[in-house]
Design a protein around this ligand. Sequence first.
Ligand code: ADP
Ligand code: MG
Length: 245
Amino acid sequence: MRDPILEMTGITKVFSTEEMDTHALRGVDLAIYPGDFVSICGPSGCGKSTLLSLLGLLDTPSSGRYAIDNIDVSKLTPAAAATVRNEKIGFIFQSFNLIDELSVFDNIALPLRYRRVKLSNAEAREKVMQCLHKMGMAHRVSHRPNQLSGGQQQRVAIARALVSEPVLLLVDEPTGNLDSRNGDAVMDILRELNNHGTTICMVTHDPRYADMASRKLHLLDGKMLDADADAPTSYQTQPGGTISV
Ligand code: ADP
Ligand code: MG
């Protein structure tokens, strides 16, 4: 049986201020397997972005266990978390998060500069151009992001997420700033990537896009609503976090 790429058990996240505690996640169990396309759907404020930033090691849980490739990553130092993040995870955000001062080429090359194992300039250039070709954006390599349409910017952001060949793509409301034509095009790209083996976890409040995933999960008030009915029975997670065969 395959091992999960990542596994969360009993994850909670509380944001504390002087006035109040916000329980953004209240005990989330989640396992993602190689080749999955998981969507996590839920209304605004239910904890989707919080969950994604924990999955991507951008933040730490208040309690619970989180393992990537069977290694506990819930208590890594910020530097160690950054290393795991750079090597294993690609991010795609609603707001693209491209750097306007850099060309399309340099935006995509950025993740390669943070890697422990550096590539030669020629190797880096080839990888960047491959990703740009894949996204149909090679003709815009010298443009700045603010010279591109929203749909084009999201393609560049996807190329940037792919350039370090991550084991997992984390996607937060990828169509939120796009019209429906560009939104549908971005979803087609994600499905195509998944067909070629990229593992994807996407959060969205849009049920139409959530339906395009192969496993659909629902988050409400910081909790997963129901068992993952679409997961193959060979690896459904049991209530204690153990895996049945
Ligand atoms: P979603 O992405 O589903 O809209 P979020 O994960 O952004 O929801 O937020 C979940 C809850 O946690 C919300 O009530 C939100 O106000 C709260 N929250 C998120 N981030 C913070 C933060 N940094 N400080 C305090 N509360 C936060
Ligand atoms: Mg959000």
